[in-house]
Design a protein around this ligand. Structure first.
Ligand code: PMP
Length: 366
């Protein structure tokens, strides 16, 4: 056999599962043109800067950058356990909630297994599923852009290992309500893990939408996924968490990347939980803006699914790319899903104003 050196055209054997996997595409930052204020409404981020207390915690953490972080996330887990009234052992943190979702898959699924989720939903689901070698079973959203839970239950087979329920759903903003979810969970075999992805939980105002933390208490096969990236405004620090019973929580501790959550992220997350009242006021303001954007778009004649998150979904079909380009020219970057629609984050008032004006002009040209 030839040695590895200088054998051109040869490369290491990579897993075949990777062939069909698209690289995750982040929301683009706005292209800044002279004289135009640019706004990024493409990644469902929080437009507010971190609170002073959070920045102080972050600055203090910087003094120990030469040290590894607390791998057990002791302070953060204690704070979360207190906040949610759950045992500390039921909490597992990771590198963003997408990191925790990946760990949940690594803990449950492999080649020959199946993972069910609605489609369209969070773009990372197919990627992180395929990496494990498991097959994705995508169940189309119903006509109202909502999870079709009956069809999802019907899709369960002996090979199903994990089911994602994204509540509210990214990118449509739609929700699954309590009764429907409980009925669905009653149909799921106890050896199949259901992940309630509640990345946008804090933006929900409908009392009929269940709190996953209440749902999980009586159901050992339910894991709740939450994040500090959205309502808490720490997207750049990459910290998310799951609440789940043993042995799922134990599996998450095993599949964690060692030291995957930096001390900076841990300390800022703790400070955010302590500053929760101020942060939730900001969420209220964003929910107010969401209502304004929704009402204005609806008044313009757009059909917008009722949204419970910090974004709205416009099903534009063939006109998706044109709409995204029009927004870009006006200074707002949105997230187009070619041929399907556009997801628009609710941002600061000025950004939303530009979006509303652009949508109106686009509509008139239709
Ligand atoms: N779940 C859903 C539904 C999301 O939309 C996102 C972010 N786009 C995530 C999880 C991941 O967020 P993070 O990794 O920042 O916690």
């Amino acid at each position: 056999r030839a040695g590895a050196r200088m054998v051109w055209g040869m490369s290491p054997k990579l897993r075949r599962e990777l062939d069909g996997i698209p690289t995750y595409k982040p929301g683009r930052p706005p292209a800044v043109e002279e004289g135009v204020t640019a706004y990024k409404l493409s990644s469902n981020e929080n437009p507010y800067a971190p609170l002073p207390g959070v920045l102080e915690a972050a600055t203090a953490a910087a003094e120990n950058f030469n040290r590894y972080p607390d791998m057990a996330c002791t302070a953060l887990h204690a704070e979360l356990a207190h906040r949610f009234g759950v045992p500390e052992e039921h909490i597992a943190t990771g590198t963003g909630s997408v990191g925790v979702a990946q760990q949940l898959l690594q803990s449950t699924a492999g080649p020959g297994d199946e993972v069910i989720y609605a489609w369209r939903s969070f773009e990372a689901y197919p990627i992180i599923t395929q990496i494990t070698g498991a097959a994705s079973v995508r169940v189309p959203l119903d006509a109202g852009e909502t999870h079709d839970l009956d069809a999802m239950a019907a899709a369960i087979t002996d090979r199903t290992r994990l089911i994602f329920v994204c509540n509210p759903n990214n990118p449509t903003g739609t929700v699954v309500r309590r009764e429907a979810l409980e009925r669905f969970l009653d149909r799921v075999p106890p050896d199949v893990l259901v992940v309630l992805d509640e990345a946008y939980k804090e933006f929900i105002r409908d009392p009929e939408v269940p709190d996953g933390v209440e749902v999980y208490r009586d159901r050992p096969n339910v894991a709740v996924l939450r994040t500090f990236s959205k309502a808490y405004g720490l997207a750049g620090l990459r910290v998310g968490f799951a609440i789940a019973h043993e042995p799922v929580a134990a599996a998450l501790r095993k599949t964690a990347v060692p030291f995957g959550v930096s001390q900076l992220a841990q300390d800022a997350a703790v400070a955010s939980l302590r500053a929760e009242a101020a942060l939730l006021e900001r969420v209220d303001a964003l929910v107010g803006e969401r209502t304004r954007v929704f009402d204005r778009l609806t008044a313009q004649g757009w059909t917008v699914p009722e949204t419970h998150a910090n974004f709205v979904w416009l099903r534009l079909g063939e006109r998706t790319t044109d709409f995204a380009a029009a927004c870009e020219r006006a200074g707002v970057t949105v997230r187009p899903f070619a041929g399907e629609g556009v997801r628009i984050t609710v941002g600061e008032e000025a950004a939303n104003d530009v979006l509303i004006r652009t949508a109106e002009a686009f509509r008139k040209e239709l």
